[in-house]
Design a protein around this ligand. Structure first.
Ligand SMILES: [Ca+2]
Ligand SMILES: [Ca+2]
Ligand SMILES: [Ca+2]
Ligand SMILES: [Ca+2]
Length: 379
């Protein structure tokens, strides 16, 4: 068998090392998985896993440690995104859930629900609809005014009137105040498809967006508004093949770096280095993804610097971890073909102090968690 010349495609990579992670199956029969969320729903202090499928009408959670599956809510259509936080201060989390997804406002109602837990862990939750914002796509809680109550961010895929194939429109990021859940805006003026939005703590609460217009950073200005900083344009190509698709921010020896998947559902893992240099250095550290859909940044080996996790839905369905060294970035393949990763989340599932990974597969219809054994000496 003739293997492709990976060295040509990955000039900055040395060689793949042992995975350093042990795989565990959580679910093998959930079609069209899209997002996983690690959150303690049972109250034992360990993260459980919520798994969202685009084809199922039921939202499931899986209880640590045996991953027994239970329904959170049923009768939902076109689920696309969720996040969890305790918004009413009673000590248990609520879940925000986005449904009725479609790529434009012609095809998507974009309903947003808050799910409240009832008494027992096995009972279905109560769903309250709080908004309809077409193409609702990324929900994330962030206490950006730091009053102890998290606001809910909602980043739709496209804005009003957006149409295929060029998606030439302005797209907002909205937020809701817990309580009356009134809708406000971080911005109304992102460029075309906004596939990625991440709430982060970057010298305070920060919202990062990845759109056809590239990478933007929003910070609360302290007076009820937001300050926007355009960090980079992303991939340069003919629309709609331009810009960025997923986004994360991490720590390096040279200050903060930003990592992305580019362009929309793209083939590149890209790193912008670094904050002290104005993110002027753009480095494509892998260009072999197909339908890249996962980008997470965390410190997996405990050295205080962050690595980049990236995954793809398309063949060869590879999940990889990238680490910056003195000679560039090296890749560690964590899963080679066993998950068409649509979403991953990072948590310490086994409680040994290091960051583990949970991912959900689209075509593979599965959920796995990957036990971090890097500090145990590899495999
Ligand atoms: Ca609560
Ligand atoms: Ca708040
Ligand atoms: Ca590290
Ligand atoms: Ca761990």
């Amino acid at each position: 068998m003739i293997r492709p010349a990976i060295a040509l495609a990955l000039p900055l990579l040395l060689h793949a090392s042992d995975s350093g992670f042990q795989q565990h199956v959580v679910e093998n029969e959930l079609p069209s998985g899209y997002q996983v969320l690690a959150v303690d729903l049972s109250g034992d202090g360990r993260p459980d896993i919520v798994g969202l499928s685009q084809r199922s009408d039921t939202l499931y959670w899986y209880q640590y440690p045996n991953w027994e599956r239970r329904a959170i809510v049923s009768g939902m259509k076109g689920m696309i995104s969720l996040d969890a936080a305790d918004v009413d201060g009673d000590g248990t989390v609520e879940i925000a859930l986005g449904t009725h997804f479609g790529q434009t406002d012609e095809t998507s109602e974009g309903r947003v629900y808050i799910l409240h837990r009832r008494a027992g862990v096995a009972e279905p939750w109560e769903a309250s609809e709080i908004d309809r914002l077409p193409t609702t796509h990324r929900l994330s809680f962030l206490d950006f005014d730091r009053d102890g109550v998290p606001e809910l961010l909602n980043s739709p895929l496209t804005g009003p009137g957006c149409r295929k194939p060029l998606f030439d429109c302005e797209t907002p990021i909205a937020y809701y105040e817990p309580g009356d859940w009134s809708r406000h805006y971080v911005t109304r003026y992102l460029d075309g498809v906004v596939h990625g939005m991440r709430a982060a703590d970057w010298d305070g609460p920060t919202v990062l967006s990845a759109s056809m217009g590239g990478i933007d950073r929003f910070r609360p200005d302290g007076a009820g508004g937001w300050t926007r900083m355009h960090l980079a344009d992303g991939a340069e190509a003919m629309r709609p093949g331009n810009g960025a698709s997923e986004i994360g921010v991490g720590r390096s020896a040279d200050g903060r770096f930003v990592a992305t998947i580019e362009p929309w559902h793209g083939n590149q893992v890209t790193v912008y280095c670094c904050e002290g240099r104005g993110f002027l250095s753009r480095t494509v550290i892998d260009s072999t993804l197909r339908d890249g859909h996962v980008l997470n940044v965390a410190d997996f080996d405990g050295d205080g610097m962050d690595e980049v996790l990236a995954g793809m839905r398309g063949e060869p369905q590879r999940l990889s971890l990238y680490k910056r060294g003195p000679d560039g970035w090296t890749r560690r393949v964590i899963d080679d073909g066993g998950i068409s990763a649509a979403g991953c989340d990072i948590a310490d599932f086994d409680g040994d102090g290091d960051a583990d990974i949970a991912c959900i597969g689209a075509r593979t219809g599965n959920i796995k968690w990957y036990e971090n054994r890097i500090l145990d000496g590899g495999r």
